[in-house]
Design a protein around this ligand. Sequence first.
Ligand code: SAM
Length: 270
Amino acid sequence: MTGNEPDTDTDIGSDGGSGNDHGDEEDRNPVLLVRGDREFLVQPGEEMGTDLGVLEVPEDVEPGQTLETHLDEEFQVRRLRGPDLFHHFERTGAPMVPRDVGLVIGETGISRGDCVLDAGTGTGVLAASMARAGAEVVTYERDPEFADVARENMELGGIAEEVDVRTGDLREELEALEPSSFDVLTLDTGDAADVVAHAPDLLVEGGFVAVYSPFIESTREVVEAAREADLANVRTRETIQREMQFDDRGSRPSTAPVGHTGYLTIARNE
Ligand SMILES: C[S@@+](CC[C@H](N)C(=O)[O-])C[C@H]1O[C@@H](n2cnc3c(N)ncnc32)[C@H](O)[C@@H]1O
């Protein structure tokens, strides 16, 4: 169980997750228990203890239900959706915000049946979101403790089957990977340029590379590596978003700091 108060500043967008299969299997997926601004991510069959009493989550729990603790305190059951992963996963490496997850999935077209190679796993938000969009994901994390937490996060998110979290530095594992076996390569590491150089060997024809970097220096290295590797349509965009304020005095962009999170470089194997 994880409890969290959603951070509404970052609770934006969607990961494009499928999440719409309302069959029996879906009923065994994790769900959110919500009461006011309190949220708990729980598994069917789990016993949840709170200061409002103990709540037994039924095996056949369904979104839309109201459940009560033994003290008759009510929680609403809600279906888990992509942005909830950002709020409820245990954090290690800085997780990608929902907006940038949406950009990666939108720019590469990740969908059901795709095979994605990802590094580094970090918290696992991007890897989990791509799995929810239907992809099989192989993701590498060089920090063994981070990798263990990421595996637990995948269990928590109900996508452990779809995400293979491997412990290791991706740069040292490249030789062991099957050539041309990935549709998309996603990198969120400072050393991404070293892997981009091998993208033509790893990707199917027409496959995409997406590299996310908070810094311009490593972004430049990535662009140079992509050009050197003869990848096509190499484009970098800053990911930035301005929140709008609507109040009695008028409507304008928020005066809070600029919403820069990073640079997203996309390229294609042709
Ligand atoms: C910013 S975090 C990734 C966050 C992730 N995209 C998410 O949404 O949760 C970067 C992670 O990459 C890992 N890392 C850096 N270089 C790596 C490499 N060459 N191979 C595997 N993992 C690496 C770091 O240990 C760190 O946990």
